[in-house]
Design a protein around this ligand. Structure first.
Ligand code: SAJ
Length: 438
């Protein structure tokens, strides 16, 4: 153990990162920038080739990542391949592959995780350190990760190799900043493994590094994202309540948050991304059905219902303007799940568009962060009977409502992210409805 600890302290240890996505690529670049020799293992050959060429597959505004990738490739400290055998050269291996849930059963879909573990196992050497960063259901380190690695490596995780779980806390748009600034939880299969992992994260994490066991660390990550989902669901329910009584939820929220110990989240058109919509199911999966959870699934259903609520607002506004959804031209502003990103994983716009199409509307999607939707805004809106804002991109915040008014055929505006002022919109002649502000 001491040799590896020293190798990590002196940055003479070689690090492999399996999965070069939103989590793996920034980590690989950051470790290479810190001075380590890093092997990036990416099973998608096109993506691996692009990254080797310095083409960053992560779109949207990602401060510093493109330059950092160029720097570490230039310095020869990051090498990218599709071959898991290269892990044989590494002393530390990080796993950052996707861990979705099955859309129907909500059970974890660990295909990518199991594939990475099975490919790594035969290339694991005695004394190596394996760190899982992907968000997983509580119990997965003991029930899946450890058994697969022990079986495929013929080594034991209590001394043969070291095993730890250090969940990522990255967010698109802040990938490198979050890596540096966020506190991190490190769960060790053994205390020694946690210590070794801390040695690694010390090189780039300026936040706290809290050591614990793997089950606690698994629970911390799944719980912190479920906490956010439940908080957002509460805000969305208050938004629906405000619509019923004719109040503005955003004014209510602002004043609620002035009272001590309140931090009401922002209601809106839905919850997307690779994390918040699925991590609650990972959390519940850990209970193996022993707990009859009520709050967490209810929060999920409230947040999943918001895009359909936006569709209903649009229908109501069209009817108020003497039209129907059937045959209407509708323009949807925003395809991403989060503002100023090009990430559409579980985007609320997807179920919205599906619902509108099922009601007979013709849809134009506009989003400057996606090549296929990066249309001229005036053209995308011209002739439209209804404009629905789903994502608060800067481009839409900067839009003058008077211009929008002059472009549309029927002045109907549905604001899913409280970007525009209701009074101004109505003064311009729009039939306006906002989530929580009708
Ligand atoms: N949203 C709301 N209201 C809010 C906050 C968010 O409707 O008050 C919506 C957003 O529009 C988006 C979704 O929820 O559609 C998720 O937004 P997010 O800001 O949570 O962004 P993520 O999913 O990229 O990041 C989350 C973060 N988790 C927490 O803040 C607890 C991030 O710190 C995690 O690293 C990330 O998940 C992850 O990778 O787990």
């Amino acid at each position: 153990m001491e040799n590896l600890a020293e190798g990590i302290r002196q940055k003479t240890a070689t690090v492999a990162v399996i999965g070069l996505g939103y989590v793996g690529l920034p980590v690989a670049c950051t470790l290479a920038h810190a001075g380590f020799r890093v092997l990036g293992i990416e099973r998608d050959p096109t993506k691996a080739a692009d990254i080797s060429e310095g083409l960053c597959p992560i779109g949207g505004d990602e401060p510093g990542l493109v330059d950092l990738l160029a720097e570490v490739l230039e310095a020869g400290r990051l090498k990218v391949s599709t071959d898991h055998q290269d892990c044989r050269q590494a002393d530390v291996i990080l796993i950052a592959v996707e861990t979705p849930v099955d859309p129907h059963s909500k059970a974890p879909a660990y295909e990518a995780l199991r594939a990475a573990l099975s490919a790594l196992g035969p290339n694991l050497k005695p004394g190596d350190l394996v760190i899982v960063e992907s968000t997983i259901a509580p119990g997965t380190m003991d029930e899946v990760v450890r058994p697969v690695l022990e079986e495929t490596s013929a080594l034991k995780a209590d001394g043969g190799f070291y095993l730890a779980f250090c969940p990522e806390r990255v967010m698109p748009g802040k990938l490198l900043a979050n890596l540096r600034n966020c506190d991190r939880v490190i769960g060790g299969a053994t205390p020694q493994a946690a210590e070794l992992a801390r040695e690694l994260y010390r090189h780039f994490v300026e936040g706290d590094l809290d050591l614990t066991d793997t089950l606690t660390a698994e629970l911390v990550k799944a719980t912190e994202n479920t906490y956010r989902d439940v908080q957002i669901a509460f805000a969305n329910e208050i938004a629906l309540l405000c619509e019923n009584v004719g109040a503005n939820v955003h004014e209510v929220r602002e004043l609620v948050n002035k009272s001590p110990f309140r931090d009401m989240h922002v209601p809106g058109a839905g919850v997307g991304g690779h994390c918040i919509p699925k991590d609650p199911w990972l959390l519940l999966h850990g209970t193996q059905g022993k707990l009859q959870a009520r709050l967490v699934p209810t929060a999920r259903s409230i947040n999943d219902s918001m895009p359909l609520h936006v569709a209903q607002l649009a229908e109501d506004c069209l009817v108020a303007s003497g039209r129907e959804m059937q045959g209407a031209q509708v323009t949807v502003l925003g395809y991403a799940y989060l503002e100023n990103t090009s990430d559409a994983r579980n985007s609320p716009t997807i179920p919205l568009v599906q619902s509108l199409q099922e009601s007979g509307a013709t849809i134009t999607i506009h989003d400057p962060h996606f090549e296929e939707y990066d249309l001229d805004l005036e053209e995308a809106v011209s002739g439209s009977h209804c404009v629905i804002l789903m994502v608060a991109h800067d481009e839409y915040r900067a839009l003058d409502l008077a211009d929008l008014r002059s472009w549309v055929a029927t002045p109907v505006l549905v604001d899913g992210r409280n970007v525009w002022d209701k009074t101004r919109a109505r003064d311009l002649g729009f039939v306006y409805a906002g989530v929580g502000n009708r």
